[in-house]
Each structure stands twice: as C-alpha cells, then as structure tokens.
Design a binder for this molecule. Structure first.
Ligand code: F6R
Length: 603
C-alpha cells in the first residue's frame, strides 16, 4: 500500500502538484503523509500523522521545482511523525519515499547502525542510509542508488532526491507499482496513473528490476543486472486509456462511500459494455481449460464465490475459488488450467503473487479489474473491465455489484457456447441486469430512511451475525465484512446451517441476526435457522424476497422478486447502506476506516 509521487517541473509549483497527487493516492493509505522538496540547495522535509490539508497549510509558500511525496499505510513501525515518509540519511541530504516491504532491512540496519543514526522504526529508512554510505565511498547518486537497490530483498517502489543533484529523481521498482509520465509541464512518477491525470501526455510503467532516472524533460530507464551492471532499456509505454472514466475525484470527506452506493444503478448499466461476441475468446479459453481457479481478496473474494456459483450452476465447469493469499498452499495447477483474478484496484499484492505463481506453471490468466492498465490487467492474457468508475471510498461497494454482473454475463456466454442454453438467453440476462439497475435505485430510495433508523440501534451492539445460504452465503459474508470495516462492530457471516455447530452459543436476547435469502433457494433451511434464533430471543432483520421469511423477521426489508441469479446485485445494497449509516451514527469517517487502505499492495 502507500502512495508515492514525484515531480520535476518547469515551474516552481512542485508542492501543489505533490499535494494534489497525494489527495488522489490517499486511497492507498492515510496513516501519515509527507513530502520533501529541494529549495536553495537544501532538502526540506515536512511530514506528520496529519491530513493532507493540514500538511498543505504547513508548506504554504514553498517554491520548488523538484519534490517527492508519500501517503502511508503502516507496515513497519506505528503511524507517527518519525515513521512517516520521506526518510532521510544522517545529513538530511537524501530523501526517499517507499511503497512495499524491505524484507532484509534488519540485517542492513545492523550493519549500518554503528555509523548511522536511525530515527525511525521503519524498514524504509535503511535505504536512505545505504545510499549515503555508498556516496561516502565515492559513488555518485545514480551509482550509489543502484548499488543500494541491488542489496534489497522484498518489494518496493522507491523515489529519491539528493541535495547535490537537484534536477534528478531516481526511482526503482520491484513488485510494487510505479509509473513514469512526461509532458511539457515536467517529468513525473507515481504509484498509479490517476495521480498524473491532467499532468502528462506520455505514460510508462516500470517493470520489476528497473531503475528510472528522471531529469527535466526526459527519462532514462535501466535494468539492474547485478550490483555493478545496469543496462539501458526502452521504457514500456502504457496507454493513456488508464484515465478513461476517471471523472473528477471526490474528496474522502465521509460522503464518497454513500455516493458510490447511490451510483450502483448507473454503474450496473455501465457493466453492460461487452457485446456477446466480444466474450468469445474468453469463453473459449474457459471451455478449453482443465480447472478454473478464481483468486481474489476481501470483497472481490466474495464476488469470486458468486462467480463459482454461476460457473458451476450454468456451465458445470470445474471451478474453485481461493482467497489469493492461500492460493499457493492449496491449489493444484496444471498448464491446462485457467486463473480468473478478480480485483477492483488491479494492484492487490496477494492476487499478483497468485497470478505469477500460476503463470509459471503454464496457466492462462483472465482478469476482472476496475482499473485499466493496472498491474493485474497487464499480467493477464485476457481482461474484462468491470467499468464501475472510480471507487474512492475504502470499502468496495459498486465495484462488487459490477464484478457480479460481469461474472454472470461471462458464465451465461460460456453456457451458450457449451450448448446448455439457447443464445437468446444472453439478452434475457442482460435485460435482467438492466432491470436490476432500475430496481436498485428504488431500493436505495425506499429503504434509506428505515436503514438510518436501524443503524442507530445497531451502533450500540457489540456483535452481529449475518446468515445466508447458497447464492446468498456470499451476501452474508460481504454484509458482515462491510459492517465490520466501516463501523468497527464485530460481525460474522456464515452459512445459516452452521449456527447449531457453534455460533449460536453467543446468541441471547436482542442479539442482531441478519438474514439474506431468496424465495427460490433453501427456504426451509433459512426458516429453521430463523426459528432457532427466535427461540433464543435474537433480533432478526431480513433482506429477502420471500414473504414467509419476511413475516418471521422483527425488521423486514422486502426485495423484488426477479431472476434469482441477479438477486445478489440488489440484496447487498441494504447491508452496504447499513454499514455506512452505522459508521456515521458512531461518528466515524466511513470513507477512511482505520487501519485500512483501498489498494493493498503488500503481501
Ligand atoms: C472491502 C475491501 C477489501 C478489498 C480487498 C481486495 O470493502 O474493499 O476487502 O475488496 O482488499 O481489493 P481489490 O478488489 O482491489 O483486489
């Protein structure tokens, strides 16, 4: 996680650019923020655990053409001023920002500790001291930088400046994303293309093991072969398409998440971008596959569970869904297999590792991402864009719904290709999703007042259960994840039939139990689960289109009776709203839950 930016500008407004870049990268972490600029041949560093706006007031009037900035998600060392980036060497001449984890930092730190003064608990600080050490041994900035980078193990995107070479930024990349941009305004680097929107007209992505030298108006890229050998290489150009659909960014002032939930009807319409024939190559790839492995994390994992349901029920293809961080321990990969990687950001480190592992074993990769040109997009043989538009709130909301829509379109296409369904079914599914977009808008309008009230009661609870079965088990898991991350209330989602195998032990009078169910599936199981809970005086809240289930609940949120397969796209909305309003009711900022970041770029 963490976001980094850097610039060498033609005008002295580097601070303004860095602050804007950091605002756009804040979704990557916001534990602390900082920047370093070169002014009058000195490196000035300003950093703290404050907001970007507070930082901005501290650097008002700074005039610089060169600088780097960082927004942090803490891995090594708690969020604090001293652990905030940029980090500097002993003399304060080298400043450096880093995203990733340096796995061998303890060893390096031990070696340097007798000569260098360490101020932080971070893994990053060792890099600044390593460069200093190499400069003291007679290297110039570039040589000392490359020599130091060659010693690092782990993952990194790094940008560094040096007082004595004030027209240079040096960058290095391994496993964490880093892109470079150029325009007549200047030369830039950043963790993602969004940070550079409007500033550049050429974009390049650094590949693992590459080092970039940014100078006014030009960039040189080198491949690090070993400590002493670097080869100049042609930079890898990427398309400016990364900016498409990235409308003006909303500020994360507590309303982005709600806006994004309210955008679901529109996002769902935009998920219908693929004509049936455009799915041909991907459908053929799946049909030719041995097994299909779906890998994803968090909310995208829950979408992956529904993807498995769709593929299994509609196509009977052999599909397994894994939490990406567990993939290498559990999966048995053959070169005939296909991996479907699902990721909103396209930058999730655990998903990237799973993809790399599967690729090495010869599997094909299909990805579903929201961010074009992201690392996962670039690593894939085929990509389906979920087209949800920018999602700034840390909690995934509209992207989840669009992931489901794309999965259903693909599974339907595969089932038609396999001859299980007639080809007119594709249009029927598209129409159901369109209908679902319309109904979502009605759900949001109709139930928001009820959910605001419900959220007030939930905000005083310590623990909540979410129960579902079949297609709505992932709805329950996702409902629990949303409530937990936005309101900090313990929430657990599990299959309804499991209550009696343990979880019911916690249930007492007033314990909230959230039911997600559709009348077309597992009605008896859900009804008996409700009875078990009612017998212990639990407080039942149901999101369902089953009148019988609704009649048994203390609070009922009736859902439309539509095509069973699209119901998860709607039934999640009340749980998303509940999580949002519970967070608000507790006085929290739902856009930026503590300890989290939008893009999880560390393993
Ligand atoms: C939860 C949430 C996370 C992400 C997870 C994967 O609201 O946002 O659980 O779903 O970190 O992120 P992506 O989809 O970007 O790979």
């Amino acid at each position: 996680m963490c976001g980094i930016v850097g610039c060498i500008l033609n005008k002295d407004n580097a601070v303004q650019f860095i602050l804007e870049g950091l605002r756009r990268l804040e979704y990557r972490g916001y534990d602390s923020v900082g920047l370093a600029v070169i002014i009058d041949n000195n490196v000035l560093v300003v950093k703290d655990t404050c907001s970007i706006e507070q930082l901005s007031s501290r650097v008002d009037g700074f005039k610089a053409v060169v600088g780097i900035g960082h927004t942090r998600w803490a891995t090594h060392g708690r969020p604090s001023r001293k652990n905030a980036h940029p980090h500097v060497d002993c003399k304060g001449e080298i400043a450096l920002v880093h995203n990733g984890i340096i796995e061998n930092f303890e060893g390096i730190r031990k070696q340097l500790a007798f000569r260098h003064n360490f101020l932080s608990e971070t893994d990053t600080e060792v890099i600044a001291h390593l460069i200093e050490e190499n400069i003291e041994r007679g290297g110039n900035f570039f040589k000392s930088f490359t020599y130091s980078i060659a010693l690092l193990e782990g993952s990194y995107a790094i940008a560094s400046i040096y007082r004595l070479e004030p027209d240079t930024i040096l960058c290095a990349k391994k496993e964490s994303p880093l892109i470079i941009g150029i325009s007549d305004k200047g030369t830039f680097c950043a963790s993602d293309p969004l940070a550079l929107k409007g500033f550049v007209n050429e974009l390049y992505s650094l590949r693992d093991g590459e080092i970039a030298v940014l100078k006014p108006g030009k960039v040189e890229v080198y491949r690090l072969v070993n400590r002493n050998v670097v080869l100049r290489v042609k930079p890898k150009k990427i398309s400016l398409v990364s900016f498409l659909g990235q409308e003006d960014l909303k500020r994360s002032d507590g309303t982005a998440t709600l806006e994004e939930i309210r955008e679901i009807p529109y996002a769902l319409q935009k998920s219908l971008i693929y004509r049936e024939e455009e799915l041909d190559p991907i459908a053929s790839c799946l049909i030719r596959s041995g097994r299909i492995h779906i890998v994803a994390c968090g909310t995208s994992y829950h979408a992956g569970l529904i993807g498995k349901y769709y593929l299994t029920k509609l196509t009977s293809l052999n599909t397994i869904t894994y939490v990406a961080s567990e993939f290498t321990y559990w999966a048995n990969i053959d070169k005939k297999d296909t991996v479907i990687a699902i990721s909103q950001s396209g930058e999730t480190a655990d998903v990237i590792s799973a993809i790399k592992y599967a690729k090495k074993l010869g599997a094909k990769i299909i990805s579903m991402v929201n961010v074009p040109s992201s690392t996962i997009d670039r690593l894939s043989d085929y990509t389906l864009y979920i087209n949800a538009g920018p999602e700034i709130g840390v909690a995934a909301t509209k992207s989840y719904v669009n992931q489901l829509s794309i999965e259903l379109q693909l599974a339907t296409k595969v089932s038609i290709e396999l001859g299980y369904e007639d080809s007119y079914i594709y249009n029927e599914v598209v129409n159901s999703i369109r209908e679902c977009a319309k109904l979502s808008s009605e759900i949001i309008a109709k139930y928001t007042p009820l959910i605001v009230k419900l959220a007030k009661s939930i905000s005083s609870k310590n623990s909540v259960y979410f129960l579902g079965t079949g297609l709505h088990l992932p709805t329950a898991l996702e409902g629990a994840l949303k409530l937990k991350e936005l309101s900090y209330i313990h929430a657990e989602g599990y299959p309804a039939g499991e209550s009696k195998h343990g979880p019911i032990a916690l249930v007492e009078k007033g314990f909230p139990v959230m039911i997600s169910s559709s009348y077309l599936e597992a009605r008896d199981r859900i009804l008996s689960s409700i009875e078990e809970m009612r017998a212990r005086d639990a407080w039942i809240i149901a999101v369902s289109n089953d009148d019988k289930v609704l009649s048994k609940a203390d609070v009922n949120i009736p859902m439309p009776k539509s095509n069973h397969l699209v119901t998860p796209m709607m039934f999640i909305i009340p749980w998303q709203l509940l999580a949002y309003f519970t967070s608000k009711s507790k006085g929290l900022n739902p856009d930026k839950p503590r300890n989290l970041a939008k893009s999880v770029t560390v393993k």
